[in-house]
Design a binder for this molecule. Sequence first.
Ligand code: NAD
Length: 372
Amino acid sequence: MKIAVLRERATGESRVSATPETVKKFIALGASVVVESGAGTGASIGDDDYRAAGAEIVAADAAKDADIVLGVQGAEADLLAGVKPGAWVVAGLDPFVRRDRVDAYASAGLEALAMEFMPRITRAQSMDILSSQSNLAGYKAVLTAANIYGRAFPMMMTAAGTVSAAKAFIMGVGVAGLQAIATARRLGAQVSATDVRSATKEQIQSLGAKPIFVESVAGIEGEGAGGYATEMSEEYQKAQAELVSSHIAKQDIVITTALIPGRAAPRLITDAQIATMKPGSVIFDLAVSQGGNVEGSVADQVVEKHGVKIVGYSNTATHLAADASALFARNLYNFLSAFWDKEAGKPVLDEEIGNAIRLTQGGRVVNERLLG
Ligand code: NAD
């Protein structure tokens, strides 16, 4: 059983899908691990670190004869020539956006497993790349906004006078939003937050922030399907827009994190609303790569509209590459080791998780979310 770890090719991607820690653990399971030279550079992991953990380092053709190829964003199919027939490609494969690549995996006879399709069930929590990466993204979004903001976050009483606390508003209170609330609070901001799922109200309060919720139209009770939000009714969207308009003008920092799986991100802030904010305020749009929550946000740029700076990283977790890689690599190890069949000497998936994450098999696209 040979596991290959490739260097990520995507622009701006600094993460790596295995660390010396997980390499050691895969070897302890009985696998051999090949790492492409330089794969860990962006995450401050050298070839020698992998070698010391027991991996073979190769300059080229790392996927040759591999049974499993690990990735963060996953390799293009042409890089995988020479793998064993039916080899697994395990990564965050962005299947809705990169459908062309899913088809290429199918044509190449590969079994592609999309880690972001991992079901949100208790036993799969430790395998959830969306959670591990979103948590870091929520933290980094607040730090980045704080860096760009020309004022301080905490209230400071000094001999020269008082500096007032920044007001931060977090829109979307999933994994990233919760971490954004906690981080903004730690920095001393006055924090408020909103979501469409009523279950988040208590979570916001428990972090010491103020919930701002649409009360006139019903939101999503409880956690929604698999914990995710769905598209809201027009009536709800109108009530939400009014609520945001009255609140946002008083905010200094806004972090938006709202996503709906498989669909464009909901538009939460319009240009007209930005115009009501104070010059010097900062908005960080964590949904920029899915179309953006904020009108006018541009991936990987800081744009200024009405004196307000709007920031969007297309890949926020990569800006914390070492920690993001460590957690991502553990997610992959936790997944493969949970299904490791000692007798077969390889992982064997069960139906629940296999059907959820398997995109291609036997030359065909098999995932119902892509077929439906
Ligand atoms: P996400 O990244 O899909 O979306 C971010 C947040 O945006 C969500 O809270 C969502 O409700 C909110 N949102 C969507 N549309 C919105 C709108 N129009 N206005 C305001 N907010 C909007 O969410 P996530 O971080 O993946 O978390 C979703 C839920 O799943 C959370 O309750 C989380 O705790 C849960 N979860 C469960 C597991 C598990 O059990 N294994 C793992 C991870 C997350």
